[in-house]
Design a protein around this ligand. Sequence first.
Ligand SMILES: N[C@@H](CCC(=O)N[C@@H](CS)C(=O)NCC(=O)O)C(=O)O
Length: 322
Amino acid sequence: MSGAPEDPMQDSEAIEPQKRQQNNEDFALEDILAQLRKNPALILKVQSVLDAEASQGVVQEDTTPDNGKRIGLRWMEFLRREQGIAQMRKRGRITVGYWKIRGLGAPLRMLLEYVGAVYTDKPYVEPDTWFQQDKPKLGKKNPLVNLPYIQDGDIVVCQTNACLQYLGDRFGLSGETSEARRLNVQMLCETYDLRNDAIELVYPHKERCRTRDEYKTKMTNHIKKSLQAYYEKLEKLYMKQGGPYLAGRQICTADFHVWELLDQHEAYAKSLCLPSPMEGYTKLQGFYAAFRHIPQLKPYFKSEKYTLECNGGQSWSWPNVQ
Ligand SMILES: N[C@@H](CCC(=O)N[C@@H](CS)C(=O)NCC(=O)O)C(=O)O
């Protein structure tokens, strides 16, 4: 391989031989035990995080017979995250680049906060800083360059779902079982469809809404009709999987985007003096409330990253746009 550029992903593949392809949960549990034997300090660390989550109601008391396996999976999620963070320290900081709004950047920022990554948030304000400076530079590494992007050493990933998938693989949030991985990818796509439906109405250049009044009418219809169809699917999925997350006991990347869109739609509804669109969807309400209290996300919700506008200054959803 002399002369071949170093692929930083090779490190993490080496650390987790074949594990990514493993569908067998029992194998995964064996693997956890082996890792814990090597590093007993981790036991205390994992337990304190799980205790904190349980006390916040994120993980409910569970007395079902397969509880042991579920707890094991939670531990594995934690360990994978630790490995991802160890890799990140080796490779340097991860950067997330996006406009200085929540938009598509918020789920990525939240995920990085959740895993405890030391990362650089690069919020672009001036179009020139992006279009004239960073975009051409990053385009040399990845011609698909766009916002948002994740830069991790020499790797530049664009397209929100690909960014989420990349971080999910890196930090163990892409689903631990084959079912969870399958559901997670489907949910990433489903959520993106919902995002596009709303964005079509929000930005004047999309030409679906030419005045603020048209926006008010069409967004009201969206909230009352098409959004309900998405919420029904989500409610059924959370019910089927048993919660507290979409694929079941373990948080996955899609949970971050789902939560963001639930929250953005709460804001859209509020600005139009409509009731919460989540009314009647008890599982979704439970997920929405519990996610907001995840201990690892406390700093995010206190930060300016959370209070940014959902969309850009030219959008109909921007406060006071006439
Ligand atoms: N499908 C893409 C959409 C990306 C996109 O439309 N990005 C917008 C902001 S939401 C942008 O301004 N991109 C900057 C550019 O075109 O260079 C994704 O999911 O990332």
